[in-house]
Design a protein. Structure first.
Length: 118
């Protein structure tokens, strides 16, 4: 499974961005897709996840009501729509795929920088 994240950038507080994660290879094994982020000096944290088969979404409390995760199985792409961005949302955002082979395997994209200026 290979993941290619894109869509990051610089935006003012209150603005919006949409991140995309293109998935290639092994898509039939994917159980769940997610977004994580890591701010400077902090650990990587969960942002949102979506079931590859059923859709829906789960969110960290810090982004609930502002971010929406979705997937387009036909395009093998997962999106993270971010609204009402805050300076504390500044981080490198990573796309994640959880796949079932003989065991559960996590795959990571290369990360895309999101910077929210105040």
């Amino acid at each position: 499974v290979q993941l290619q994240a894109s869509g990051g950038g610089v935006v003012q507080a209150g603005g919006s961005l949409r991140l995309s994660c293109a998935v290639s290879g092994g898509t039939s094994r994917i159980l769940q897709m997610g977004w994580f982020r890591q701010a400077p000096g902090k650990e990587r944290e969960f942002v949102a996840s979506v079931s590859w088969a059923r859709g829906g979404g789960e969110y960290a409390d810090t982004v609930k009501g502002r971010f929406t995760i979705s997937r387009d199985n036909a395009k093998n792409t997962v999106y993270l729509q971010m609204y009402s961005l805050k300076p504390e949302d500044t981080a490198v955002y990573y796309c994640n795929a959880r796949s079932r082979w003989a065991s559960l395997v996590n795959y990571w994209g290369q990360g895309t920088q999101v910077t929210v200026s105040s």
